[in-house]
Write a protein that binds this ligand. Structure first.
Ligand code: DON
Length: 591
């Protein structure tokens, strides 16, 4: 869907008029953001909070990985914007304040649930350039390269969301991001750690522009909390998008810079790929679980189908009776994961290119799969391969959740794929490009026990969207949202969301407990359970016992420190409870 000419002209003329009110707005925003106390502690006493991770409010809430970005969204809500306005402003702000995953050079999925209307999914996943071919990548080829960059979708996606649902002017929504990039902001400990990690990675050294933009200037010391990150080229790019709309990125000056960068570095994105990129409105996958409605993205994300398929299987067991942390519940959950991820590999890809079987989300199909689960022993993943001939992912996406006073709910997950994407910063434009081409199946026909998948539905083709696991989710009861959630984590994303949804819908946990509860993951292959062990000594001892019990059932178990980062909002009796997952960083901001 392109930005319609008439609307663009209207918006553009408004962007350029009324400089005085813009100045005033800038000043107000600056005052609000710089001088105001954190909003959870703000003057409005409808908000109260223990700290900025847990916030209760009645009129609006934004929960994201970054304090300044959550605050940007909150100020938009307070200024009369709705949840989509706040989501758009938060997403642009995250592109500045959380550069490892917040982006304008990547893509994602936004679920929007307007009160009284069916939810919709805005698919702004990247596409393969027209010059891409099925076998363009050699086994072992690096995915930190210009060739690994897919045509970005974020700017068109956010513009589409704004055009369909937004109330405030587009320019107003970008203004805080422009300012954060131009004037800089004090980074927090998580951002410092994320920058230091990538800068010490030897692969980063191959990308001079990356080091120039994200390296700490004139200092041998690493980044520290409180240091200021200033991004002048990014500010200029965002200002252009604010002034001219998304065409600045897709056909204007930024497009020129992207194409020049591609030509210089051997990438495939051409002017026509950018000009023809469309974000799409898709109907979310809908499932039910014990009276709740669950909405999550359809292909090209695998999230919705796998989540609903797993919930349908698990609904057939009385997990509550078996106990939330019992080995039996964990075993059944793992077996449901194994089966859904097997179907992911066999059937899922971009539905504009491949036919997705309709039965995967039916209760009848789940009944059949559930009947095949042995309650005492794991099923060997290889035994489920069927027609697939037998021959990996990280933690660096970001999710945020928003709700406004009218109950309009937004669940957004977007990514550059790996942390800091391809590490290619567009020279002259100051932003990172994704390496999302890595989400296609690179080696046709080669599926192995380590988790490499070479099945047909997700092979590379020109302009095709690569399969995603991103699962921004909204759970509703009687037509009203009760939970907004999602997570980063590559293939683990769907299972993180499953754990949070089960916590709320099966085990009646509150916000904090459902998000804090330790998680687990199984993805068919590798045929291994990943079990999160965290918390205090007693909690860690319980998890170690659970790992031992699963091993004695015959599971291969690997323990890990952390799975996902699910910034969520729970809605009960008109109260919005925001909970920023403590696993990485994050702030809830409500009023
Ligand atoms: O779309 C996907 O599923 C992946 N590109 C997401 C990558 C990710 O979550 C990495 N880490 N958090």
């Amino acid at each position: 869907m392109r930005w319609p000419t008439r609307e663009r002209r209207d918006e553009t003329s408004t962007y350029r008029t009324n400089q005085r009110s813009t100045m005033l707005l800038r000043f107000t925003l600056l005052a609000l953001l710089v001088l105001a106390p954190p909003c959870s502690l703000a003057t409005d006493d409808s908000a109260r909070a223990d700290d900025r991770r847990v916030v209760e409010a009645h009129r609006g809430m934004v929960v994201s990985v970054s304090g300044p970005a959550s605050d940007v969204g909150l100020v938009v809500l307070k200024d009369g914007g709705n949840a989509v306005d706040a989501a758009v402003a938060t997403a642009f702000a995250l592109a500045v304040t959380w550069p490892e995953a917040g982006n304008i050079g990547g893509g994602g999925f936004m679920l929007v649930a307007p009160p009284g209307k069916p939810p919709e999914c805005i698919d702004y996943r990247e596409t393969a350039p027209a010059a891409a071919t099925e076998r363009m990548f050699q086994p072992g080829e690096t995915n930190l390269s210009h060739r690994a960059v897919g045509t970005p979708g974020t700017v068109r996606g956010l513009a589409l969301a704004h055009r369909r649902h937004g109330k405030l002017k587009w320019r107003r929504l970008l203004e805080p991001a422009v300012r954060l990039a131009a004037e800089g902001f004090a980074i927090d400990a998580a951002t410092a750690e994320s920058l230091n990690d990538v800068l010490k990675d030897k692969d980063s050294a191959k990308f001079a522009e990356f080091l120039r933009v994200y390296g700490k200037q004139n200092a041998d010391a690493p980044w520290q909390a409180g240091d200021r990150l200033v991004q002048p080229e990014l500010a200029a790019t965002l200002r252009l998008i604010a002034d001219e709309g998304p065409d600045a990125f897709y056909v204007g000056k930024t497009a020129d810079l992207i194409v020049a960068e591609m030509q210089e570095g051997g990438g495939l994105i051409a002017r026509d790929d950018l000009a023809r990129y469309e974000a799409k409105i898709r109907e979310p996958v809908r499932g039910t679980y014990r009276g709740y409605d669950v909405f999550a993205p359809p292909p090209p994300s695998s999230g919705g189908i796998c989540l609903v398929e797993m919930l349908n299987m698990l609904e057939r067991f009385d997990l509550r009776k078996l106990g939330r942390e019992s080995p039996q519940t964990a075993h059944l959950t793992i077996e449901a994961m194994r089966r859904a991820y097997r179907d992911r590999a066999a059937h899922l890809g971009d539905s504009d290119f491949v036919t997705i079987p309709q039965h995967l989300t039916t209760k009848e199909y789940a009944a059949k799969l559930a009947a095949g689960i042995d309650r005492q022993h794991p099923t060997a993943s290889a035994a489920l391969a069927g027609e697939i001939d037998l021959a990996a992912e990280s933690e660096h996406t970001t999710h945020f959740s928003v709700i406004d006073a009218n109950g309009l709910a937004v669940s957004n997950t977007y990514t550059l794929e790996e942390s800091f994407g391809s590490r290619v910063v567009v020279r002259g434009a100051g932003f990172l490009l994704n390496n999302e081409m890595g989400d296609f199946n690179w080696q046709p026909g080669y599926t192995d026990r380590s988790g490499r998948i070479g099945t047909t539905p997700n092979l590379i083709a020109p302009r095709k969207r690569m399969l995603s696991s991103m699962t921004p989710t909204i759970v509703a009861r009687d037509g009203k949202p009760v939970l907004i959630t999602g997570s980063p984590g590559g293939r683990t994303i769907i299972n993180t969301v499953l754990c949070v949804v089960l916590g709320v819908c099966e085990f009646d946990l509150d916000a904090k407990d459902a998000v804090d509860a330790p998680r687990l993951h199984h993805a068919w292959f590798p045929d291994r359970v990943q079990l999160e062990v965290r918390g205090d000594a007693a909690q860690r001892a319980d998890r170690t016992k659970l790992a031992d019990a699963l091993k004695s059932l015959g599971h291969d178990v690997r323990t890990i420190d952390r799975q996902g980062d699910a910034h969520s909002i729970f809605i009960r009796n008109g109260v919005y409870r925001g909970y920023a997952d403590p696993r990485i960083a994050g702030h809830a901001a409500g009023y």
